[in-house]
Design a protein. Structure first.
Length: 214
């Protein structure tokens, strides 16, 4: 009898824009000797740029839910391209990005976005919920310094209140036991950042292989 291969472990890279998520994920892709790793691009890269994604700013829960439905289609598409047989999938952002943005919009507007977003995403079979999340913590001043015109000055992605609220979402997530979250200092040298991330990733993979679950 053939024993089925376990599902790959999904490790997501989160954090504000310009934190180095893509760079770190791609660096690990080439350094994980002994593990077959696949890379999943972020939502914007998958569709060819952020202009092809729905607006983050929403004025009603219905508007936010409609945006999430579009993003779920992107989620399905970006994971559909993953090569079969991977032990680890390195995802540049995850479904937690969408929830964090809903939480940030709730903080900024006072509209209860998070609970409806969580219900919608939890009931969908599409999301690849990560077993390990790396949060790359980057100070707001460094976000602005690293931007170099990638995002316009009025972009929500460089807004201090928005980024602080997103960070708060991941602090809340770190306090839960359903997801393993590794908090990383994005100001570290890339080589050191990759070393820390690889060490943590291998620990989680080894624990998963031993216990069958995290």
């Amino acid at each position: 009898m053939t024993v089925p291969r376990p599902l790959p472990l999904v490790a997501a890279f989160e954090g504000p824009c310009c934190a180095g998520k893509t760079t770190l994920a791609q660096r690990l892709l080439t350094s994980l000797r002994g593990l077959r790793a696949a890379f999943v691009p972020c939502y914007a890269d998958h569709v060819g740029g952020g202009r092809y994604l729905p607006r983050q700013e929403a004025k009603t829960v219905q508007e936010r839910n409609e945006a999430l439905q579009e993003l779920l289609a992107v989620e399905a598409g970006r994971f559909a391209t993953t090569a079969p047989g991977a032990d680890v999938i390195l995802a540049d952002r995850s479904i937690h990005t969408l929830l964090a943005h809903s939480y940030a919009l709730e903080i900024m507007t006072g509209i209860g976005f998070l609970a409806p977003s969580l219900r919608l995403l939890s009931r969908s079979p599409i999301p690849a919920w990560p077993q390990l999340v790396f949060y790359l913590d980057l100070p707001q001043e460094a976000v602005c310094a690293r931007n170099h015109g990638k995002f316009p000055a009025d972009s929500i992605y460089t807004d201090p209140q928005f980024n602080a609220a997103v960070r708060s979402y991941f602090l809340r997530l770190a306090g839960q036991k359903t997801t393993c979250l590794a908090w990383l200092d994005a100001m570290l040298e890339p080589a050191e950042l990759a070393r820390l991330a690889e060490t943590r990733l291998r620990q989680v993979v080894a624990l998963r292989n031993t216990q069958g679950a995290i």
